[in-house]
Design a protein around this ligand. Structure first.
Ligand SMILES: Nc1ncnc2c1ncn2[C@@H]1O[C@H](COP(=O)(O)OP(=O)(O)OP(=O)(O)O)[C@@H](O)[C@H]1O
Ligand SMILES: [Mg+2]
Length: 222
């Protein structure tokens, strides 16, 4: 269970101060995909970055399974991101000179060594995202939707309990967008993860289990 309690985030100070989030609260259970919707500048990426432990809120708390998230050092934050969260950014950050499979294997590689189980897991994940015949392709040879699916599969390599996806379908046409959301939703349900997916697109949001609308840093009812 993920709980966001009264989070406020201000950037800067004095006359240039911006309140990106203003007392935002919500809860999300396991096995649920939440679509976070809102216009540009409404605070979506800021909120995702706070849940990811990349930004500290000005006030308020992120609570995971009843425990407030306190990242006391950058080592703490790095461990939290390695062990608990999976993150997919809008720019998917795939390594251009690595194949799809090796992009997934980068995760175990960075935290030690690659085992046979890691290889099996990478191939299984790529298969479940419909990429079985693309494992040896480099990102440049993949379509936009395929790249997004590789990025999502990579974020699942460390079996995160919280999955954060910023605009997974922004660069895709509607049909391909739906496909990515459906595949993501299947994984969320199957693995009992808690997933926050940012989108501009109300039609994508309708495919999620729950919706949260932000406007000017506040939660809009409905
Ligand atoms: N590092 C920063 N310094 C100062 N202001 C920032 C910073 N990052 C974001 N902001 C401001 O905070 C507000 C929320 O930004 P945020 O990136 O969270 O919006 P968003 O909903 O993700 O927008 P988009 O849909 O365009 O990605 C905006 O007014 C933005 O200008
Ligand atoms: Mg954003």
């Amino acid at each position: 269970m993920l709980a966001i309690n009264d989070i406020t985030k201000t950037y800067g100070s004095g006359r240039t101060q911006v309140t990106a989030l203003d007392q935002v609260s919500f809860r999300l259970g396991e096995g649920k995909l939440l679509a976070m919707i809102g216009p540009s500048g409404s605070g979506k990426t800021t909120l995702v970055s706070i849940i990811a432990g990349l930004l500290t809120p000005t006030s308020g708390e992120v609570i995971i399974d009843g425990h407030p998230l306190h990242l006391r050092s950058s080592a703490d934050a790095a461990r939290y991101r390695r062990e608990t969260v999976g993150i997919v950014f809008q720019e998917h950050h795939l390594v251009p000179y690595l194949t799809a499979r090796d992009n997934l294997l980068l995760v175990p590689h960075l935290s030690g060594r690659i085992t046979r189980e890691d290889r099996t897991r990478a191939d299984d994940l790529l298969e479940s995202f419909g990429l079985a015949d693309r494992v040896s392709h480099r990102p440049a040879l993949l379509s936009g939707g395929e790249r997004q699916r590789v990025a999502i599969a990579r974020a699942l390599m460390n079996t995160p309990t919280i999955m954060l996806v910023d605009e997974p379908t922004a660069s895709l046409d509607t049909e391909r967008g739906f496909q990515v959301v459906e595949m993501l939703k299947d994984q969320v349900h199957e693995r009992g993860m808690t997933c926050v997916m940012v989108t501009h697109d109300m039609r994508m949001a309708e495919h999620a289990d729950e919706r949260l609308m932000l406007r000017d840093g506040r939660v809009v009812a409905g």
